[in-house]
Write a protein that binds this ligand. Structure first.
Ligand code: RIB
Ligand code: CA
Length: 308
């Protein structure tokens, strides 16, 4: 039995972030959750991370982080996740509090005090970039970065850019250019293969548990957003892919490719994946290409089933 990977989950809950928390808390040694402005303002993404850990009774520290990107203006995705970042599910009164409002120091200290920590950012990369700038020594210390972001195909917020990268392109550029031992990218080309719909929501509801009912309501709200935006009653489970790339690598295929990030102009936020083969630049990223969807759905449903 291999040891559970030690991870810090950096997120902007967000419906899919919320499901990523449930998978991470079950399948990893979750050293902490850090929050960042993204799907919603920092106050809301932090509230949502606390609520998910409260609903599922997960014993994990939450540290809030950056409330704005490095240079561009804050952008949110309320058209997908709602004003609160987690519209849809019935939510309890918030009882939990953050351990600190300094996610960057938490990331730095945790990496310095633990070997082989994976950083798993599933929102804009602001906190990770700030930590790398403040403490360059941690870049070589981590096991790697497994991020949800970018795309080896079309974007979502623009024809070429994916939201997490687009929301803070300068942070993404810095992180992807870092000398981290490994960088795994779960881009839209991959996460578009990992869709859930009412069938999965029904399985979660049938659990008859607090967390199963919550997860079902999250999926249903996310599916409704898919219907509203794309005309299809399904939802991409983007963020769980970055977690499972660390916990269940056997479910994925990938290529070692060079990836850079555009930080200006019409392509701002685009991840430029060099698939030329001949003449390609030195690979710096493991770009996920395929996922075994059905098995990955069982990882998700099976994780939810372990909570109250
Ligand atoms: O583009 C998808 C990403 O943006 C996901 O992480 C989702 O939660 C949003 O943050
Ligand atoms: Ca996210």
């Amino acid at each position: 039995m291999t040891a559970r990977p030690k991870i810090i989950l950096d997120c902007d809950p967000g419906h899919d972030d919320a499901m990523a928390i449930l998978i991470a808390a079950h399948h990893t040694d979750l050293l902490g959750i850090t929050t960042v402005s993204g799907n919603a303002p920092l106050e809301m993404t932090t509230r949502n991370a606390l609520l998910v850990s409260q609903i599922a009774d997960i014993d994990v520290e939450v540290h809030s982080g950056a409330d704005r990107p490095l240079h561009v203006e804050p952008k949110h995705a309320s058209h997908v996740h709602g004003r609160t970042g987690l519209d849809g599910p019935v939510l309890p009164e918030l009882e939990r509090r953050v351990v600190s409002t300094d996610a960057v120091t938490f990331i730095i200290d945790t990496v310095r005090q633990n070997d082989d920590v994976w950083l798993v950012p599933v929102g804009p990369l602001t906190n990770i970039a700030l930590a790398f700038m403040a403490a360059p020594d941690i870049v070589e210390r981590i096991a790697g970065i497994s991020l949800m972001g970018g795309s080896a195909g079309p974007g979502n917020v623009t024809p070429v850019a994916e939201f997490n990268i687009w929301a803070d392109p300068h942070a993404a550029h810095l992180v992807l250019a870092s000398s981290a031992p490994r960088i795994i990218m779960a881009g839209l080309n991959l996460t578009s293969q990992y869709m859930v719909d009412q069938v999965t929501a029904d399985r979660l509801n049938a659990m008859g548990s607090v967390t199963g009912t919550f997860a079902a309501q999250v999926v249903e709200a996310y599916v409704e957003a898919g219907l509203r935006i794309r005309g299809v009653p399904s939802a991409n489970m983007h963020d769980p892919c970055a977690v499972m790339a660390v916990t269940h690598p056997n479910l994925f295929t990938w290529t070692d490719s060079h990836v850079d990030v555009s930080t200006e102009g019409i392509t701002i936020g685009m991840t430029v994946v060099d698939d030329r083969g001949f003449g390609s630049a030195e690979p710096n990223v493991e770009v996920l290409r395929n996922i075994e969807r059905d098995a990955a759905i069982e990882v998700f449903v099976g994780s939810v089933a372990t909570y109250r």
